[in-house]
Design a binder for this molecule. Structure first.
Ligand code: SF4
Ligand code: SF4
Length: 206
């Protein structure tokens, strides 16, 4: 395997490297081992190099997805950024809502212990109550996502209310239409689940 050394010692070199990611993904670099030489402290750099050295498409997509989730979790670690108290978030407490579980209340996968899966779109979503209080990871901070195609970048931003496995299947697909149909189907299923839950609640409260 050929070796390619990437040197990143300043902002200009970092920007140049980011611009070249699309090039480094090409067939030409299929038998290339990327080696980094950098003194910049940004976890994205090592993760991008690691991802570029994964040559199987699905394995690379999975790595990028999991590392993005990990970077968000790492920053929010031990911080209750949505201000949950008694299962109610900032917004639910401020509006004196009877609902619990914050944004997850709309999702068929929610459990009493929180989210049972890893959904990147959900992890990236923060309402203004959260952003005004905390420095959160934003989409633009996840430079590693530049390794994904445009279709896949759109999916990771919008595939809410889905399990990690379903999102990965959407990302693996080459077809925009197929992925969109899968996402719309799950949203419809989720809406149906939510409206049935609401009806059940109304019946119990009568
Ligand atoms: S993002 Fe906002 S509305 Fe959603 S759970 Fe957090 S505080 Fe609540
Ligand atoms: S998939 Fe999203 S909305 Fe559903 S439980 Fe997980 S974080 Fe909440």
């Amino acid at each position: 395997m050929r070796k390619k050394r990437i040197e990143i010692h300043n902002d200009r070199e970092y920007k140049k490297f980011l611009r070249r990611i699309t090039l480094y993904k090409r067939m030409f670099y299929r038998n290339t081992l990327f080696i980094i030489d950098s003194n910049i402290h940004d976890p994205n750099i090592n993760y991008i190099i690691e991802a570029l050295n994964i040559k199987k498409r699905k394995d690379r997509i999975q790595y990028v997805y999991d590392k993005s989730c990990e970077m968000i979790d790492e920053k929010g670690k031990e911080k209750n950024i949505c201000g949950f108290k008694n299962y109610k978030c900032y917004v639910q407490r401020e509006t004196k809502s009877k609902a619990c579980n914050g944004c997850c209340k709309y999702c068929m996968y929610q459990t009493k212990n929180g989210c049972p899966t890893k959904n990147l779109a959900c992890k990236l979503f923060n309402c203004s109550e959260v952003t005004s209080r905390h420095d959160v990871v934003k989409y633009r901070d996840l430079k590693i996502l530049k390794l994904l195609s445009l279709k896949n970048r759109f999916i990771v931003k919008s595939d809410y209310f889905s399990t990690r496995e379903d999102v990965l299947k959407d990302l693996y697909s080459y077809s925009v239409i197929y992925s969109t149909c899968r996402i719309l189907y799950r949203w419809t299923k989720n809406d149906y689940f939510f409206s049935r839950k609401q009806k059940r609640k109304k019946r119990v409260n009568k």
